[in-house]
Design a protein around this ligand. Structure first.
Ligand code: SF4
Length: 390
């Protein structure tokens, strides 16, 4: 059973009241007095981009849970690229507004809340179809609540509550998901099987604003747009919840390979499911950065995407590089960059330069004798060198 409620993100008391209603409609009270909240904080951007779970939604949820008797809150995230060192992680939580929200809850409401980088914590081992997964111990000691963001996604069609669980994984397992554990599975089968390994007590999809187009992050060429839905969706079953979200987005379940089809039941008092009109824009198969077309295979992971995006941001913020990039655009009308294990049949015989980005593409780069940028993921400064020497 799921429930949908209308809310704005301001004031935070409105969000709190919305959550109190949702929890009452779904008859949910945390089983423990300590809670792990797992939002989606995938990039160091503001919440109005619709790329991250809005910190004000988390703030309202914490206030509501405090009224339900929760005494300790941990906001946990492993966002891969930003989590592999603590300095980047601190930048992530500052720039997204999470640091400010937590400080306010502590000072104004005296709440016991902290933010935890899940790359650096203690782990339990969970057996699963592809071997053993290490997941944070805190998933067992605390009531685990999953708060995803409603977004379309270039590799998985959508990213909702099932996919948001990837943020509990260690950096190496995130890569393994994309590599399908050496081809034993695929990213889609990994997400589907993983949902059998661990389930939240309660799941929420922040759909106050949502992302459509070539998500899950915002590219430089208007390939994504923000939809203002002003709703929160919640339920105890991730699969049912993600089915409901797809109906709202106008996305066919058949297009979401990791998501089993399931009947959606609305809780008494829920708003109805109203499909978006027009449906959410589907992702393109590439991301465009000026004259560069970036292709990510289903086996490529977001660490290479983040490294590429970081490289591009550095170019755009360095006057000397801006000039070089302008020259590059004049020299070549198009450059194609590939991330992730890609088969030869997917590579057209381009007349313009082709660049393979990251260790996963080494053998195909060698076979085709094309440009290759090593690293897992590559260092963005080295990548800039290769690009400007084409
Ligand atoms: S080379 Fe890139 S895509 Fe491949 S595992 Fe490493 S970071 Fe991920």
């Amino acid at each position: 059973m799921i429930s949908i409620i209308h809310t704005k993100t301001k004031p935070v008391e409105e969000v709190k009241n919305a959550f109190l209603k949702l929890m009452a409609q779904l008859n949910y009270t945390p089983s423990k007095t300590k809670v792990l909240l797992k939002p989606n904080i995938v990039d160091a951007v503001k919440p109005q981009t619709a790329v991250i779970t809005d910190p004000k939604v988390i703030g309202g949820l914490i206030l509501a849970l405090k009224d339900k008797g929760v005494e300790e809150f941990v906001i946990g995230e492993n966002s891969g690229f930003f989590s592999i060192n603590q300095k980047n992680f601190q930048r992530l939580i500052k720039e997204t507004g999470y640091r400010k929200m937590v400080d306010r809850l502590k000072k104004k409401h005296g709440i016991n809340v902290r933010i935890l980088n899940l790359q650096f914590t203690e782990f339990d081992e969970y057996p699963w179809i592809y071997g053993t997964l290490k997941l944070p111990k805190i998933c067992r000691t605390h009531s685990y609540i999953n708060i995803a963001k409603m977004k379309t996604h270039q590799m998985t069609a959508v990213t909702l509550s099932m996919k948001n669980q990837k943020g509990l994984l260690l950096f190496q397992d995130k890569k393994n998901f994309h590599l399908g554990y050496d081809g034993a599975g695929s990213l889609h089968s990994c997400i589907r099987e993983y949902a059998k390994v661990i389930q939240p007590e309660f799941s929420i999809i922040d759909s106050t604003c949502a992302l459509e187009g070539t998500g899950p992050v915002t590219g430089p060429e208007n390939q994504t747009k923000v939809r203002h839905l002003n709703i929160l969706i919640a339920g105890k079953d991730m699969i049912e919840l993600d089915n409901a979200a797809c109906q709202i987005m106008g996305v066919s379940i058949e297009d979401v390979q990791h998501l089993p089809k399931k009947k959606v039941n609305l809780a008494p008092g829920s708003e109805p499911i109203i499909p978006a009109d027009p449906p959410f824009q589907k992702p393109d198969s590439y991301m465009k950065y000026g004259n560069i077309f970036l292709h990510t295979s289903p086996y490529g992971c977001s660490n290479c995407q983040m490294a590429f995006s970081r490289m591009f941001r550095k170019i755009m913020f360095t006057p000397e590089y801006i000039k070089k990039f302008q020259n590059l655009q004049q020299k070549y009308p198009r450059i194609d960059v590939f991330i992730g294990n890609t088969s030869i049949t997917e590579i057209p015989n381009f007349e313009n330069p082709v660049v393979f980005f990251g260790k996963c593409t080494k053998s195909i780069a060698e076979d085709l004798r094309k440009n290759f940028i090593p690293g897992c993921p590559p260092n963005h400064n080295k990548a800039i060198d290769v690009l400007f020497n084409l």
